[in-house]
Unconditional design. Structure first.
Length: 393
């Protein structure tokens, strides 16, 4: 199994894909994984990729402001591609457009079924699924994956993103492009692959029950306006004044967590990132759904922890045997929130990754939500997370 990454900053979509292709080996790749900024028209990217790489499984997703790779951080208008070469592994893609009020579960299951039929793998569990939904449907997608396979198939996922949460995101595969839907790559790997889904935030003493919520609007905590409670929690914990209209740095550092499970007396949480004050008076708009009866806890994100966490996630793939661990390639989905919060410190984050896995090829988008499976087997859509797949000997 061989991995090669290639990057282009050329503005013209055709020229960008041609430059990407020129950096790859002449042999046909087994699959292509592509991340690109909103500056490109996705249909034009898709047309040129499929022209240059006909009948090649392809998954593509827009990313917030740039991508990271073993070669560096690539911000501005950019396309990043990872090509995988492996005749013994099988890759199949599934894509579906999802319209408003459409049954997300049914659409997702039908897409999976179509992909499995095409690669002749009906009844076989994938090694893992690379998953990129557009924002708003993620919970339905991950539930549908579990319902379809009835087994804890690993998931590495990230929600399509843009620069300013203006819904300028998109996804595509070798067949179609869409601004609303789900694209997946089902991977049947002949090589070992280790997966991780990690938060890295610390719980505080402040928690309460969601007493009123609607979708992604958190309206009340313990019978009080959620915005009021959240601001008071941050003020009490950090001894800072919190403005009514949220500051990005504050809401990224202090997220809301819901306990998922516990390992060796340590709880682990799925996180929700507040976006803004909601149109509903006193409510908070989140990047995840929340339900009445959920218990939410104020979580504290340490800056240095954000910098070092992705590299630690990759090191953990060695399963305690670093001398025997030989990484071949990695996919690392990183939340756009910490990336924007860290500003220039994001370069240190990339350096830590390279220190952890050397010159091993990797590619990372910056997403508006992450999907994965926790150590206890629970599947989730959450925010401010790192999810990864590391191929290794």
């Amino acid at each position: 199994m061989k991995f090669v990454t290639s990057i282009s900053h050329l503005a013209d979509p055709n020229a960008a894909i041609q430059e990407v292709a020129a950096q790859l080996p002449k042999t046909k790749p087994s699959c292509l994984i592509c991340y690109y900024t909103e500056d490109y028209e996705s249909t034009r990217l898709q047309a040129e990729v499929t022209r240059l790489f006909p009948e090649t499984p392809l998954i593509a997703c827009s990313t917030c402001t740039g991508v990271a790779s073993e070669k560096g951080l690539h911000f501005g208008q950019v396309v990043g591609v990872m090509a995988i070469y492996d005749s013994k592994s099988v890759f199949g893609t599934a894509i579906a457009r999802v319209q408003q009020n459409e049954n997300v579960s049914l659409v997702t299951k039908n897409a999976i079924e179509t992909a499995l039929i095409e690669i002749e793998r009906i009844g076989e569990l994938p090694s893992f699924i690379l998953c990129h939904p557009t924002p708003g449907i993620e919970e339905g997608v991950v539930r549908a994956i579990d319902d379809y396979f009835h087994s804890p198939v690993p998931i590495v996922g990230g929600s399509a993103s843009d620069h300013q949460v203006d819904e300028r995101w998109s996804i595509f595969n070798e067949s179609i492009s869409t601004e609303s839907g789900i694209v997946m790559m089902l991977v049947y790997s002949d090589t070992k692959c280790t997966h991780s889904f990690s938060a890295g935030y610390t719980e505080t003493q402040y928690s309460g029950e969601v007493t009123k919520a609607s979708g992604r609007d958190l309206q009340e905590i313990d019978g009080k306006p959620a915005q009021e409670v959240y601001r008071q929690w941050i003020a009490s914990h950090a001894n800072v004044d919190v403005p009514v209209h949220f500051e990005f740095d504050l809401v990224t550092q202090y997220s809301l967590g819901r306990k998922v499970g516990q390992v060796f007396n340590h709880s682990y949480f799925k996180l929700s990132h507040p976006i803004r004050v909601s149109d509903n008076k006193g409510a908070i708009r989140l990047f995840t759904n929340v339900e009445e009866g959920d218990v939410v806890t104020l979580m504290d994100g340490n800056r240095q922890e954000m910098i070092e966490r992705p590299a630690r996630v990759l090191r953990d793939a060695s399963l305690g045997k670093p001398q025997e661990f030989k990484p071949l390639g990695a996919l690392l989905v990183i939340c756009a929130g910490p990336m924007l919060f860290l500003k220039d410190d994001i370069y240190e984050l990339q350096e830590h990754i390279v220190q952890a896995i050397g010159d091993t090829p990797f590619l990372s988008p910056f997403t508006f939500g992450e999907q994965g499976r926790f150590i206890g087997g629970e599947i989730a859509h959450a925010n401010l997370m790192v999810t990864s797949a590391v191929f290794h000997h």
